[in-house]
Design a protein around this ligand. Sequence first.
Ligand SMILES: Cc1ncc(COP(=O)(O)O)c(C=O)c1O
Length: 307
Amino acid sequence: MEYLVMLPGPTNVPNRVMNAMLAPMINHRSDDFRILYKAIVEKTQKVFQTSNDIVLLTTSGTGAVEASVVNLIRKGDKAVIPVNGEFSMRLADLIDSWSGEAIRISSPPGENPPYDKFEETFEKHKDIKAIYAVYNETSTGTTIRYMDKLGELAARKGAYFIADAVSILGGDELPVDKWNIDICLTASQKALAAPPGVAPISINKRAKKYMQENPPPTQYLNLKRYFKYYEEHYETPFTPALPLYYAFREALDIVIEEGLENRIRRHKICADAFYAGLGSLGLTPFAKPDARSNMIIALNYMQGMDD
Ligand SMILES: Cc1ncc(COP(=O)(O)O)c(C=O)c1O
């Protein structure tokens, strides 16, 4: 059956990826699994442009977002976060509810706060532990275009830099190592065009050391356990969603075959075409021009029209 989805995610999944899920169940404590897992990790590193460790969670994106908080934030830790929509609001609330202190740098939906506000905030607070940023705020079609500067600032101030790249990784620029991103997380069902259910996270040496020395009082999202199983056995600590792993490997192959640069260019060309053509349909984009996403085109409502 043909079905066209027009959501940020799940996006339309190529048949080749769907068919990959028909592979037989395997023992997830066997060499067959280790080969699969190793291949996924290596391909994920290519797509993330990183040599960091990769952890694969069998969760949707929220599992990875939550893992980035519970493994890094401890009572009273300050974390700066630009807030301009649903997902950045949720993340800030999560930091607070996990007993951290989210320092929100707010801007109207559809806009990003000026970069200088981050420098000012670091001047005001000398003990900031982390910058969390939702790179592409899905709810408003808004992309932060100074992620590289946030990474540089965090590195200069000795803070961690965490990127929620759920709705952008695989479709726009995101060189994780070059931009000094300590923890970068995404989900399978958006720009990577795989079914939902796998959430990859890259974690650099510094963040990994912290997590190993300060494991959270949780089981499923305790990343120390993932490092241990990965290093000792090339396995996951808990049962992985095997059919989704097959699909995810196939989806990564498609990204690599197309080439990351070509894929990013394709999204940019399509986005430019949409933004250019909307006016003639009587539609206007929601986000301000310098913050518009190439991944998600959010529109203002026309009069008399709702969702
Ligand atoms: C930026 C962002 N972060 C987090 C999430 C949560 O991901 P999930 O719905 O896969 O749990 C989403 C979902 O749309 C998102 O767009």
